[in-house]
Design a protein around this ligand. Sequence first.
Ligand SMILES: Cc1cc2nc3c(=O)[nH]c(=O)nc-3n(C[C@H](O)[C@H](O)[C@H](O)COP(=O)(O)OP(=O)(O)OC[C@H]3O[C@@H](n4cnc5c(N)ncnc54)[C@H](O)[C@@H]3O)c2cc1C
Length: 395
Amino acid sequence: MKRSVSIIGGGPSALILASFLDPDLFTVTIYEKSKSIGRKFLVAGKGGFNLTHSEPIEDMIEKYSPIGFLDDSLLQFSNSDLRNWLDELNISTFVGSSKRVYPEKGIKPIEVLNAIMKQLKQKTVEICTKYEWIGWDSQGGLEFNNQVIIDTDFVVFALGGSSWKVTGSDGKWLDNFKKHGVEVVDFRPSNCAFEINWPTNFINKFKGEPLKNIGLTCGNRYQKGELVITQFGLEGNAIYALSPQIREQLNQDGRANVYLDLKPIFSEEEVFQKLNQSTKMSISDKLRKSLNLNPAQQAILKLYTSKEEYINPLRLAKTIKNLRIELIGISELDRAISSVGGVPIASVTDQFELNALPNHFCIGEMLDWDAPTGGYLLQACFSMGVKLASHLNLS
Ligand SMILES: Cc1cc2nc3c(=O)[nH]c(=O)nc-3n(C[C@H](O)[C@H](O)[C@H](O)COP(=O)(O)OP(=O)(O)OC[C@H]3O[C@@H](n4cnc5c(N)ncnc54)[C@H](O)[C@@H]3O)c2cc1C
């Protein structure tokens, strides 16, 4: 007789799990509280829609924390495997100049979702929308808001993190777990904006301006990329990637320091040589013409240097390569691209089974791991889904 798997939450980790479960062994049902599934996946599609990253899997693995937690999942279902799977669904992908992987031009996010849905239909996966899981009843059955109680062989929670509540990923499930005595940690924002006390005149002039091809360091982590100046502070892939290090400093001291390299392609010595050329050019002209710094980059430099420093090529070169910016806060959770917190990694086995509740599993962003944007988040969710499917298929 077939056994039943109830998957709660209808995001990418749930969908791929359902797709990889053997329909000869299991009846599979997805319970999703919203009117439709995959809403955060579609939101991701409105932005860059990085399905994964194309770097070698050994390098990719290093981007995740805690170290080691996702290695098996990523090796079992790598970025190439993901692209092959999408190919089988008639979703071809391409590698952009940033090495991120996107659906082929012209393929809309909804088409990617529909292709996955089509496969789930072929595999007779049942999808129940408007089913909000609200906890366990006294017998340990799963209880939904519409009075339905479900008894099942295997429960897989794929409830997501807690940002962009509008997509359904509101993290309310944390209380259900707490009430049932399952250990959880509060959510915190990741891949998010950080607050800076910018002067008003600077903001008025430069908000929305990008700082391209920069390097940013926090603690022992360095990231090349782009930043955007906002009213709140700084956003962009370079600062998103440093979220764990910045969060740690903010937690400890209420303040964090990041160090901006405005010219990563040149050494400090080379920057100095360019500033020290004996031409009649003003410093501003040298910054613009010899170092190719745009007005926003020049304005940041001025903001953080004294007059004496600005006219001293040696000191200015140092600052261009290592400009300290103080961060005083973090974005609100709901605006973050992802969240950390939820179910601690130590609370699940290598197969994502809750230590406290046999036959209950957790996958996806609801577990307490972290990764930068750029395809790493979705890849992890997909890889966890496939790893769990393989485990259940063999159970
Ligand atoms: C703006 C934005 C852009 C992004 N861009 C990218 C990107 O380009 N590349 C990338 O890799 N990642 C990106 N991400 C992150 C990525 O979308 C998420 O990491 C991923 O969707 C998490 O998948 P999941 O399956 O764990 O959970 P989710 O996709 O969050 O799905 C969880 C589901 O569970 C449902 N649910 C919650 N509680 C209950 C309940 N009690 N009962 C029933 N159902 C419930 C929710 O409604 C939701 O549908 C982006 C995120 C955002 C917000």
